[in-house]
Design a binder for this molecule. Structure first.
Ligand SMILES: [Zn+2]
Length: 288
């Protein structure tokens, strides 16, 4: 099966009250592990790449070829969408051209009128090619220069306006944050989520910063219209932790423990295990 747009899998998740895991990839190992985990859990999955990660991997076409080829070589049978995470206007256009099956256009840093105009243009272009689109309203909090902001709260009226443009799913801040959550984090704002969910009239919502949100909060968010949960940091943390343990135990110094196929294996196994765990927590296992 070739890669699919995310429209159908997100719509089914929305109707079935579960969420699709959207996992960020960084390289060959990450991509292979996410695909392997999705196949193990029999879950539809979104693999997403930021513009920075795509550049790191060699470019958008490289990312498309990597996911397609691994999909074939590994004999993956579950639906897989390749999504651009936090795309710029230019990046979203380039990814639609390169063969991504889904793109996010993040115009949240523009003033609202400009975000609307550019979102509309990207939605029309993407839909003409069968590509699904995510847009963002109001920004998502996060750590910049070591300072963690409070999660932002999107304006329900702005969410309704972008939803009405025909976007396939919508990212809106409800107190969520990119990166590690600080110890004094206030949690997701369910009152705002409820207002947004009512305002967008059945449009599936996206929860960014899905790493480390307690499962009772993600479950509640799913029951209130969240149908896609983004996970990036959590896979990076389990990979780094497993790799550090391998090296600290001196295993790279035993026999051919320095061979990258051995050195990277504990981290890869940890990514697979964490991805399966998250897919189950989001309820998308056995939904392929
Ligand atoms: Zn994000």
């Amino acid at each position: 099966m070739v890669m699919v747009s995310a429209t159908e899998m997100i719509q089914k998740a929305h109707e079935g009250h579960y969420a699709i895991g959207a996992f960020n990839t960084n390289n060959l190992e990450w991509t292979k592990c996410i695909l392997t985990a999705a196949e193990q859990a029999k879950a539809p999955v979104m693999i997403q790449a930021s513009e920075g990660a795509s550049k790191y991997m060699g470019g958008y076409k490289m990312v498309v070829d990597l996911v397609k080829d691994l999909h074939d070589s590994l004999g993956i049978t579950v639906p897989v969408a390749l999504h651009l995470d936090h795309g710029t206007y230019e990046g979203a256009k380039a990814c639609i051209e390169a063969g991504f099956t889904s793109v996010m256009f993040d115009g949240s840093h523009f003033d609202f009128e400009e975000n609307m105009a550019k979102s509309k243009e990207i939605i029309e272009l993407a839909h003409s090619k069968g590509v699904s689109v995510e847009c963002e309203v109001g920004g998502i909090g996060g750590t910049e220069d070591g300072v963690t902001s409070n999660g932002e709260l999107a304006d329900p009226k702005e969410c309704a306006a972008v939803a009405a443009l025909g976007v396939d799913f919508l990212a809106a801040g409800i107190g969520n944050i990119h990166g590690k959550y600080p110890a004094n984090w206030a949690g997701l704002n369910f009152e705002r989520l409820d207002e947004i969910n009512k305002a967008v009239d059945g449009k599936p919502l996206v929860l960014h910063g899905g790493s480390g949100i307690p499962f009772d909060q993600t479950s509640k968010a799913i029951s209130m219209g969240v149908s896609k949960i983004n996970v990036n940091t959590e896979l990076q943390l389990v990979f780094a932790d497993a790799t550090r343990k391998y090296i600290e135990a001196g295993k790279d110094l035993e026999g051919k423990g320095y061979d990258p196929r051995k050195l990277l294996k504990p981290g890869a196994d940890a990514i697979i295990a964490k991805t399966v765990e998250l897919i189950k927590a989001f309820g998308s296992d056995n939904k392929a």
